[in-house]
Structures are given as structure tokens and as C-alpha cells.
Design a binder for this molecule. Structure first.
Ligand code: ZN
Length: 50
């Protein structure tokens, strides 16, 4: 095959990262258990809804 390959890694790991990125704690990087607004279950930092 001589098809040019895209430089990005195919995201076949399941799902779009954008759907949980807003749940990631800015302070410790932990994924919250629910959608913001909520608090990080690990460090207690506030996660704001965007
Ligand atoms: Zn945290």
C-alpha cells in the first residue's frame, strides 16, 4: 500500500476525549465521577461547568 498515512494516531481506544475532558481536575488530573459543576473527589477542587 502506498497510501499516505495521517500523522495522528487513530483514536480507536473508544470514544471522543472531548466528552470527558471537562471532567478532568485541573489540580490533580483526576477524572470526576460526574459532570461539572461538581468537586474533584480526590483533592476537592471545584470543577466548573463550561
Ligand atoms: Zn483534583
Amino acid at each position: 500500500m502506498s497510501e499516505p498515512r495521517p500523522a495522528h494516531i487513530p483514536d480507536d481506544a473508544g470514544g471522543d476525549p472531548a466528552c470527558w475532558m471537562h471532567r478532568v481536575c485541573d489540580e490533580c488530573g483526576r477524572l470526576a465521577d460526574e459532570d461539572p459543576p461538581t468537586r474533584c473527589p480526590s483533592c476537592g477542587a471545584r470543577l466548573e461547568a463550561d
